[in-house]
Design a protein around this ligand. Structure first.
Ligand code: GRF
Length: 219
């Protein structure tokens, strides 16, 4: 990150915006040394867009185009352009419901983060909390990871665990996971913003614990 300027974050979301709120609160409280530069959404009436407006954070709805699960080429270019214009350092996916591939990831190599509501590599994909409940695990949680070309497969930056209770419903379990997400995302972003995390192959390591930084990709 250059000079003394604060790390600039973009948040991309399609939904409620609880992770956006947690990150914005952490910035405002000085617990996260970063600036929320822009919020982008593919859903015109998303909660995250309303919340960004309320806080006076620059935000934009970009129509996603003709596909259901990904952005079409034109939309992808519009997202890349908006992010370039705003000069962001990290792109933080928080409930962004479109798979990002190709051009987008090449434009921001190792700069796109996501939060997933399970302990990856268990339960990638949709409704991870329901998958966990149906599988019968006793512990699940959430994961912040770098986005790569796969679905929920990139290097893991941080995880938090959550117990599964005997009388859990999908909604109860998901609410507990979301509380953990709202703690984990600002923590991981702060570690990145302060340069305390490096990636070594598939592993992210706290800088203080590194014996040698050789062959590490500084992020
Ligand atoms: C989170 O549960 C996250 O794990 C998933 O999408 C959800 C977004 O929630 N990728 P919110 O919009 O941040 O409340």
């Amino acid at each position: 990150m250059s000079g003394n300027r604060k790390v600039r974050l973009a948040i991309l979301g399609s939904g409620r915006g609880s992770n956006f709120t947690a990150i914005a609160d952490a910035c405002a409280a000085g617990q996260l040394a970063a600036e929320l530069a822009v919020v982008l959404t593919d859903v015109a009436d998303s909660g995250i867009l309303r919340l960004a407006h309320e806080r006076g954070i620059k935000s934009q709805f970009i129509p996603p185009g003709k596909f259901r699960t990904k952005l079409d080429d034109e939309a992808e270019s519009a997202f890349v352009e908006a992010l370039d214009e705003t000069q962001v350092d990290w792109i933080v996916l928080a409930g962004f419901m479109r798979i990002l591939k190709g051009e987008f990831l090449r434009a921001f190599p190792n700069r796109v983060l996501n939060i997933h509501p399970s302990l990856l590599p268990s339960f990638p994909g949709l409704e991870a909390w329901t998958q966990a409940l149906e599988y019968g695990v006793k512990v699940t949680g959430c994961t912040v990871h770098i986005v790569d070309q796969g679905v929920d497969t990139g290097p893991i930056l941080g995880q938090r665990t959550v117990p599964v209770m005997d009388d859990d419903t999908p909604a109860l379990l998901y609410a507990r996971i979301q509380q953990a997400e709202n703690l984990l995302y600002p923590e991981v972003l702060q570690a990145l913003a302060t340069g305390r995390l490096v990636i070594h192959g598939r592993r992210s390591v706290a800088v203080e614990e590194m014996v040698s930084k050789q062959n590490c990709l500084e992020i």
